[in-house]
Design a protein around this ligand. Structure first.
Ligand SMILES: [Zn+2]
Length: 334
């Protein structure tokens, strides 16, 4: 496993879709585009192969810098994380780990691949790292940060407000790169969301002209993930919202509508066939499900007001990762 590195934008970059990235560039790829100012921005995408907005946004943004006299105002390092998964429209291949969970401790060949890029990034001393993703659930676009220093907030605030502050999982690209420079994740709704795609292009157009310290101050709200909701191993689930002897949790079909909304106490999350709750793990991995949920007859309901995000109806995602997150607003000490 290694990175395939390219100087400049390979010409065929503009002719292919994410499905063709593996065939064209052979594997995980890094393009180094030299601009007038040497210190680069690092822009990564396709760490999750089926999250395509970043790729299409880069094609659109870079168009004017290809085959013309227009030179990039500053250098760019483009990272295409998992072309193999992209070629199959999958988050990751079955024999691969999740490429946005390999940036922490570990000794697999995937961790080595990650470390290799982190060394490069450290050497490059970038102005900032921007990692572009989509959400599997029906979420609005939002910016994600793992630090709350002014530069990081400006960098994410340029994309959208409110911001989401996360510290878990800790093995993500943003967390690892935030050791070297301001680092943010742009979450762009579901793949194919054109409004989000255009706002990434606009974001990159603005960012490339300036440095993070010259961006406007961020004064919007910041929400923090306080817990992640998971399905107990071996559970049967669906998203029909009907009681069923065979299905442990039948979540309400409109579950994604709860994302980024204040959900009132008493809201139904699922029909259930036992008093067992889903898992709600706080940042120390304590199960705090009974603080948030209770069962009432054949329903699992919210026991208190909550602010969920990333709730997804993709059974694959829910089983392998999370059902969603629970958030609370944070106040920054000034
Ligand atoms: Zn992702």
């Amino acid at each position: 496993m290694r990175w395939f590195t390219y100087d400049g934008i390979p010409p065929n970059f503009f002719q292919i879709s994410p499905l063709g990235v593996e065939k064209e560039f052979k594997g995980p790829s890094v393009f180094h585009l030299r601009g007038k100012e040497e210190r680069p921005y690092v822009i990564s995408t396709l760490l999750h192969g089926n999250e395509t907005t970043g790729f299409f946004a880069l094609q659109k943004f870079l168009e004017k810098y290809w085959d013309s006299e227009t030179r990039l105002p500053r250098s760019l390092v483009i990272v295409l994380g998992n072309p193999k998964a992209a070629s199959k429209s999958k988050r990751h291949m079955d024999d691969q780990p999740d490429f946005n969970r390999i940036w922490g401790k570990g000794n697999t060949e995937w961790h080595e691949l990650a470390k290799d890029l982190l060394h490069k990034i450290e050497e490059l001393n970038p102005l900032a790292c921007v990692d572009i993703h989509n959400t599997s659930g029906n979420n609005p676009k939002y910016g994600c940060v793992s630090q709350t220093d002014p530069l990081t907030l400006k960098l994410a605030g340029l994309f959208h407000s409110p911001l989401i502050y996360v510290t878990e999982p800790s093995e993500v690209f943003m967390m690892a790169t935030s050791k070297y420079c301001p680092s943010v994740t742009l979450e762009c709704g579901k793949p194919g969301d054109m409004e989000a795609l255009n706002s990434v292009v606009e974001y990159l157009n603005e960012l490339i002209e300036t440095t993070p310290d010259h961006l406007p101050e961020y004064n919007g709200d910041i929400y923090k993930t306080v817990a992640r909701m998971k399905i107990p191993e071996g559970s049967w689930i669906d998203f029909i919202g009907k009681f069923d002897q065979e299905v442990n949790f039948s979540f309400i079909p409109q579950i994604e509508k709860l994302n980024f909304n204040n959900v009132p106490k008493g809201q139904v999350l699922a029909k259930v066939n036992s008093p067992n709750l889903i898992k709600v793990l706080d940042n120390q991995d304590n199960d705090i499900a009974d603080e948030y949920f209770e069962t009432f007859e054949d329903q699992m309901i919210f026991k208190r007001e909550a602010f969920p995000s990333m709730l997804s109806t993709s059974i694959e995602v829910v089983k392998s990762d999370v059902l969603g997150y629970l958030m609370e607003k944070i106040e920054l000490k000034s």
